[in-house]
Design a protein around this ligand. Structure first.
Ligand code: F6R
Length: 249
């Protein structure tokens, strides 16, 4: 299902409301969370909404999608740091319920397995929030990642390193590898919301619409999912065919 809004503000309000509705309906919900610029206004809106109408977060559990290898939780560009800055520092989710891959794990393979196992042990993700890379990645699952992958190490594509270079002082500082939940972990979520905004997502959203389910375009795996909402602003939706726009609600 597509949801298309005129502005990023409306996209963020809608997405924040969906997340909060899930938590209100199921205070023990397990949420899969994403980072990146798309999510900044979403999390800001969530904080605003919670300030106005407090929600019990004491039983909520979260698992983030990914983390750079080699960056500590204190590194300002680590996804751990991002999540505390944009969300967790302002919320009362118990620290033991918050999970992010460890970019400094000494045994990364074992840590990856443990991460997918921990998600499963919680009964899986109730709702996974996703952004999308300009090359179609979800999490850091780059093109050609197996759709049955679990949490694993990835070598970041050149495109992703260039796209994410904007957050670093120097392009050479962008890590080359990351840990990401696998596509299977994502597909196992009971509900998925993919958010894309802005003109740098226009082309990939048109490609995704037209694509078959194909490992060359990781986000196309989502087409098999029974409970997927794609939330776009007008810019990201600009090249979608009439057919998609008509089905949007
Ligand atoms: C981040 C993540 C990535 C981003 C994607 C889009 O945790 O998993 O897939 O969602 O790279 O990033 P932005 O929102 O910065 O364009």
């Amino acid at each position: 299902m597509y949801k298309i809004f005129d502005t990023v503000d409306e996209v963020s309000r809608y997405t924040a409301q969906r997340l909060l509705a899930k938590i209100k309906a199921a205070p023990t919900a397990v949420l899969g969370l994403a980072t990146g610029s798309t999510m900044e206004p979403v999390y800001a809106q969530m904080l605003k909404d919670i300030q106005q109408a407090p929600v019990d977060l004491s039983k909520l559990t979260t698992f983030n999608l990914d983390e750079y290898i080699g960056l500590s939780a204190q590194h300002p560009q680590s996804y751990n740091y991002y999540m505390y800055q944009h969300l967790f520092n302002q919320l009362n989710i118990p620290a033991r319920n918050v999970h992010l891959p460890d970019g400094l794990a000494s045994d990364v393979e074992t840590a990856c397995q443990a991460y997918s196992n921990a998600i499963e042990a919680m009964g899986g993700l109730d709702l996974q929030l996703l952004g999308i890379g300009s090359n179609g990645h979800i999490g850091f699952n780059e093109p050609q990642t197996c759709f049955n992958s679990r949490t694993h190490i990835v070598e970041l594509s050149e495109q992703t390193r260039i796209d994410n270079g904007r957050f670093f002082d120097d392009q050479n500082e962008v890590p080359t590898h990351a840990i990401t939940m696998g596509i299977q972990d994502i597909l196992n979520a009971k509900e998925i919301i993919l958010v894309a905004t802005g003109s740098n997502k226009t082309e990939i959203m048109a490609q995704l619409f037209a694509s078959a389910i194909d490992e060359a375009l990781p986000a196309s795996a989502l087409k098999q999912h029974k409970n997927l909402t794609i939330v776009l602003d007008r810019e990201a939706a600009a090249l979608l065919p009439e057919q998609a726009l008509k089905s949007a609600v």
